[in-house]
Design a protein around this ligand. Structure first.
Ligand SMILES: C[S@@+](CC[C@H](N)C(=O)[O-])C[C@H]1O[C@@H](n2cnc3c(N)ncnc32)[C@H](O)[C@@H]1O
Length: 240
């Protein structure tokens, strides 16, 4: 259990909300079986570096970035710490150039909404298929001082809600208002936890298919994606 790691910390302090550990178990367990490439944004006092090193399989590439040059000293064997701004596309491009794509990206950096969005936009294309992009401390989306505020369109939570729409754009029935978005071809889940958004990549060459099975015979169809002006076949069944 990752939370056990708290007993093993030294003067390299670690800072995480308690309930995040449950989310880590649920979301990151499947990435432990074989070596992966992991990126964490935000080093602070370096406490998460040994935790992630313990957690992931030996041979994993573990990369950490922070804007504070002092964080370089927290680099330990088998890990890479790079100094730069998570909101700087050139720095992120250099990171990709050096380390290639990632299986898991965890944004625990500035928690400023505009930074979270810029990092996502620049790094999501470099997340591997079946990979996971997690953003922590999204409660800052409710804090004006971080570029958030209730239903502020510029917040990361509102951006993530729009990802939910974009993921469903296969099914658009209002083309002018809501057109198809290419991101639907590679996003299969946007999971909201208290203060964490976890976005999963699944590259799909073909649109989703609906299966109809009767007497052991199964037919696949995408007709529902083509029909416009749909109405529910269940209309009126509730007596209304
Ligand atoms: C919450 S702390 C990271 C905690 C660490 N992940 C842990 O688990 O202990 C946030 C870190 O983000 C860094 N940071 C702030 N703004 C940043 C930016 N624009 N780019 C990269 N890192 C930034 C800070 O220097 C700080 O070390």
């Amino acid at each position: 259990m990752l939370i056990e790691h708290l007993k093993k910390t030294d003067d390299r302090a670690l800072t995480k909300w308690e309930h995040y550990f449950q989310v880590y178990e649920r979301e990151l367990g499947r990435f432990r079986k074989k070596p992966i490439s992991f990126l964490e944004i935000g080093v602070f006092k370096g406490g998460s570096i040994p935790m992630w090193k313990d957690h992931f399989a030996e041979g994993s590439t573990l990369t950490f970035i922070d804007i504070d040059p002092a964080c370089k000293e927290f680099e330990i064997e088998g890990t890479n710490v790079r100094i730069g701004n998570q909101a700087d596309p050139d720095f992120l491009a250099a990171l990709i150039e050096e380390f290639g794509s990632f299986d898991v990206i965890l944004d625990d950096g500035s928690h400023i909404c505009a930074h979270q969005i810029t990092s996502f936009q620049n790094l999501w294309p470099h997340l591997r298929n079946l990979g996971l992009y997690m953003v922590e401390d999204c409660h800052t989306s409710y804090w004006p001082g971080y570029g958030g505020g209730f239903r502020n369109e510029a917040s990361f939570i509102e951006f993530s809600k729009r990802l939910v729409d974009r993921m469903h754009s296969w099914y658009t029935d209002q083309d002018a208002l809501f057109s198809f978005d290419e991101i639907a071809k590679e996003m299969n889940s946007v999971r909201f936890y208290d203060s964490i958004v976890a976005i999963e990549k699944l590259q799909q060459k073909e649109p989703p298919v609906s299966l109809y099975s009767e007497n052991g015979r199964t037919e696949a169809s995408r007709n529902s994606l083509k029909i416009r002006g749909r109405t529910s076949i269940f209309t009126g069944k509730d007596g209304a």
